[in-house]
Design a protein around this ligand. Structure first.
Ligand code: NAD
Ligand code: UDP
Length: 340
């Protein structure tokens, strides 16, 4: 029997051994940045993957290298409308994630998170599937305590421009736990902290993709505010590994569990690192700070360490190296296309 063993994991931890190949897994938001990496890992492990997406912020190019796999089905659908599928595991990753993306259509964002959660939980209730939710560090808002443990209730402005996302994700968590308590649905709520890597959209507006693309093109590096605000950046492979470990846990392990890298740095320092790593001639410019921008963010990952035996393995420099290589290749291929 094939076991689901990740590439670089400790070979004596057979963490996935209760997950036999051949499960039908639904990945909502499967054409997005994280969803495409997740779908790829699930296919590698021998599972059937249904990648459901409305392609609002995701792209077919993220999964086109997987299209020849007969175990992949791609379904264009908006999670705000009910759907019926026979699956045993569901990952709910469908939601815009970058601030410019989620603020472009705030009502749509809120409804994607709330109605999307309701529809996925109804599906899980009907099928008995386990449902894994991609929640976010934004449930902590602009936190008063650092690092943030899962027990912290957060500091969110409910009427600000980030609320459509923050409150959408918070309401989704409420629905998840109510469906668990009321109907016994097997839920796993993972709170994702800033994650980066190949297949982020070059123009999605998040800090890592912005800085790398700007640096590679010797354009100004745009810092919003003074750059003293901090984030803790997790490389995509680590994040996916954390979610897979969570998904196979028994039904009494519901979370919430923070999944992120606790190495915290100021945004200004990230700019300097990216400039140095790309040998860029870019200048740093300061633009107005984003409204309600969290000033500090760092996950307390004690729970993930204890319950999932997980911690990130890829440090910032190595993760950035891989991401820079990805964007460098992408920009070069765009230049070739322009020249033709
Ligand atoms: P992304 O924008 O690349 O992916 C989101 C995907 O969901 C896209 O493919 C998009 O087309 C799809 N989608 C959006 N609305 C939909 C709808 N109504 N119906 C169907 N599909 C829809 O973003 P990502 O970074 O891959 O984020 C994936 C999930 O992880 C999101 O739920 C996000 O909130 C969460 N998350 C991500 C981060 C991060 O740092 N990347 C941090 C916290 C939480
Ligand atoms: N940011 C920045 N310049 C950019 C993009 C983002 O200074 O070009 C800042 C942003 O204001 C925030 C941090 O970087 O303080 C992280 O922003 P991102 O959009 O990546 O994620 P989030 O705010 O959701 O953590």
């Amino acid at each position: 029997m094939r076991k689901f063993v990740p590439d670089d994991s400790d070979s004596n931890i057979n963490i996935y051994s209760n997950w036999k190949p051949g499960l039908r897994v639904l990945v909502n938001g499967g054409a997005g940045f994280l969803g495409s990496h997740l779908s790829e890992r699930l296919l590698q492990a021998g599972h059937e993957v249904i990648c459901l997406d409305d392609f609002s912020t995701g792209r077919l190019t993220n999964i086109e290298h997987l299209m020849s796999n007969s175990r992949l089905t791609v379904m264009e659908h908006d999670v705000r409308h009910p759907y019926d599928l026979d699956v045993s595991i569901i990952f709910n990753f469908a939601s815009p994630a970058s601030p410019p993306d989620y603020q472009r259509d705030p009502v749509g964002t809120l409804l994607t998170n709330v109605i999307g959660a309701l529809n996925v939980l109804e599906l899980a209730r009907r099928t008995g599937a386990t449902v894994v939710q991609s929640s976010t560090s934004e449930v902590y808002g602009d936190p008063h305590i650092n690092p943030q443990p899962e027990s912290y209730f957060g500091n969110v402005n409910p009427i600000g421009p980030r609320a459509c996302y923050d409150e959408g994700k918070r309401s989704a968590e409420t629905l998840f736990f109510d469906y668990h308590r009321s109907f016994g649905v097997d839920i796993k709520v993972g709170r994702i902290f800033n994650t980066y890597g190949p297949r982020m959209r070059r123009d999605d507006g998040r800090v890592v993709s912005n800085f790398i693309v700007q640096a590679l093109q010797n354009q100004d590096i745009t810092i919003y505010g003074d750059g003293k605000q901090t984030r803790s950046f997790c490389y995509v492979d680590d994040l996916i590994e954390g979610f897979l470990r969570f998904a196979v846990k028994s039904p009494d392990c519901c979370g919430p569990i923070n999944i992120g890298n606790p190495a915290e740095i100021p945004v200004r320092q990230l700019a300097d690192i990216v400039i140095a790593m790309t040998n860029s001639k870019s200048r740093v410019v300061h633009l107005p700070a984003a409204v309600d921008d969290p000033q500090q963010r760092r996950p307390d990952i004690s729970r993930a360490r204890q319950e999932l035996k997980w911690q990130p393995r890829v440090n910032l420099e190595r993760g950035l190296e891989k991401t820079i290589r990805y964007f460098d290749a992408l920009l070069s291929s765009e230049k070739v296309v322009e020249a033709v």
